[in-house]
Ligand binder design. Structure first.
Ligand code: GDP
Length: 455
């Protein structure tokens, strides 16, 4: 439900900063501006022009702060309502006082994401674009940011609209026949329906194929470093992090727990996990560390299996091969500065192999590149045309649409037209939840409640 009252919130982050912004949206925005803000120059607030002036308490006349104010008359504003922004000094006490004055003028404290929700309800952006706004704010990597920016610009929304258009075309034809129950579906119309539905199906299938990559761009990947003790896992972690985070010693078994750090490789957010060296041991603490390392293997997006190239292949190395069997793993041959004794047994264990010297950093850039290559193929950060799904919500909606369309095509020749129309409507409904045409209040509550206040 959309109650058209006037809302207000602090839009800058909590704490002290250079500037604090209080945002107001709704019919009372201009009145609030006139009540609390006195421009230095005559003429009052002019839409889309910054004014310099003072904020004061309308009840007492007390001056509260010097500020800049901008008023944006509907519909040319973030929410498509009248919007007022007061830019005052960024101390939390000042900001809280100005907000209190604004609330005292009859505005209500905005819920999380309520400004963006109004932008959606007023048709300025759709749901995918609203979610993209949230993703822009939360982006931890260049890849995530670029994907979110494209989605905010509407690249995914346009594809969803194309799918809807195809389905609507098919539905219109089917419904035309429902009105004339004596007519059978003519061959030409049947072909036209199949063409439209087929086009929608291919667009859906193509989008679903991008989900894994889109999710990875948005959320990043987890990379688990495994290997026998002393292979050089901690040295590699430090190289990848460019700092001395993990303890490096020549005593085997020093990393007992999992060390976790997030870094950026070529614009991709990577959560690195260094684990205890895997070997047979009687030490109970070390055993616990090893069992934690083994547990993590199936959950990781990628494994880096580190081997000591200066030693012969050992039973401990075999333990690693067994542990990573079936997982996406890159073999990292370390200590290639020393005499090479290591020979990898025959077999298809790895998707790639990189030689490094963790001690000096040689080969580490190549390794980072090899990691990215596994995840960012079509979605290289500079690829402009990528239309990718990145949220499970969108994927689930399209999977549901795909299901309805399968029912539709499966029953096309023998089910009655009403049921066929229902399948198409089911698919349309599912696709419509992505951009929001068919989203319920509960879905909207769920989405916008994860926004921050003031956005
Ligand atoms: P981890 O037990 O697998 O974490 O291994 P560490 O990173 O603690 O390294 C074990 C030992 O190998 C340390 O003494 C390191 O200095 C040494 N080391 C690690 N990488 C290299 C390398 O590339 N070349 C050489 N020569 N020594 C290395």
């Amino acid at each position: 439900m959309y109650i058209r009252d006037t809302i207000a919130a602090v839009s800058t982050p909590p704490g002290n900063g250079g500037i604090g912004i209080i945002r107001v949206s709704g019919e009372q925005a201009a009145k609030v501006g006139d009540a609390v803000f006195k421009p230095v120059y005559d003429g009052g607030l002019v839409s889309h022009r910054f004014s310099f002036g003072t904020i004061h308490d309308p009840a007492t006349g007390e001056k509260v702060d010097e500020a800049m104010a901008v008023y944006m008359r509907a519909p040319r504003s973030y929410t498509r309502e009248d919007v007022l922004e007061l830019h005052c000094h960024g101390g939390w006490l000042v900001v809280e006082r100005v907000l209190a004055l604004v609330l005292a003028c009859g505005t209500r404290l905005a819920d999380p994401g309520e400004f963006t929700r109004r932008a959606f309800l007023n048709g300025r952006i759709d749901l995918v674009q609203a979610e993209a706004v949230m993703d822009i704010i939360a982006s931890k990597s260049e890849a995530a940011l670029q994907l979110a920016q494209k989605q905010r610009e509407g690249i995914l929304s346009r594809r969803i609209d194309d799918i809807r258009a195809s389905l609507l075309q098919a539905l219109a034809l089917v419904e035309a026949y429902i009105d004339f129950p004596d007519d059978d579906l003519g061959e030409t119309d049947l072909a036209a329906i199949l063409a439209s539905v087929g086009a929608a199906q291919s667009m859906i299938a193509a989008l679903l194929l991008t989900f894994e990559e889109g999710r990875i761009m948005r959320e990043g990947i987890s990379v688990l470093i495994v290997g026998k003790p002393n292979a050089g896992k901690s040295s590699l972690l430090n190289r990848l992090l460019d700092e001395n985070r993990a303890i490096v010693t020549h005593i085997p078994g020093t990393t007992r727990d999992i060390i976790e750090e997030t870094v950026n490789f070529e614009g991709l957010s990577v959560r690195l996990l260094d684990t205890a060296g895997i070997r047979h041991t009687e030490d109970l603490v070390e055993q616990e560390g090893i069992s934690r390392a083994l547990d993590k293997i199936p959950q990781a997006d990628l494994i880096l299996a580190v081997f000591d190239a200066s030693r012969e292949f050992s039973l401990e190395d075999q333990l690693i091969l067994d542990a990573v069997a079936g997982c996406k793993t890159i073999a990292v041959l370390n200590k290639t500065d020393l005499n090479q004794c290591f020979v990898m047994p025959d077999g298809e264990y790895f998707i790639d192999q990189v030689n490094i010297v963790a001690l000096s950093g040689d080969g580490v850039e190549l390794l980072k590149h090899a990691v990215c290559r596994q995840f960012l193929h079509s979605a290289a950060p500079d690829s402009r045309e990528l239309v990718a799904l990145s949220r499970a919500r969108h994927r689930d909606a399209l999977v549901s649409a795909e299901f309805h369309l399968k029912q539709f095509t499966g029953g096309l020749r023998d089910r009655n037209l009403e049921l066929l129309a229902l399948d198409l409507r089911g698919a349309l409904q599912a696709v419509g939840t992505v951009t929001g045409q068919a989203a319920t209040d509960e879905v909207l509550d769920l989405i916008f409640s994860s926004f921050c206040i003031g956005k």
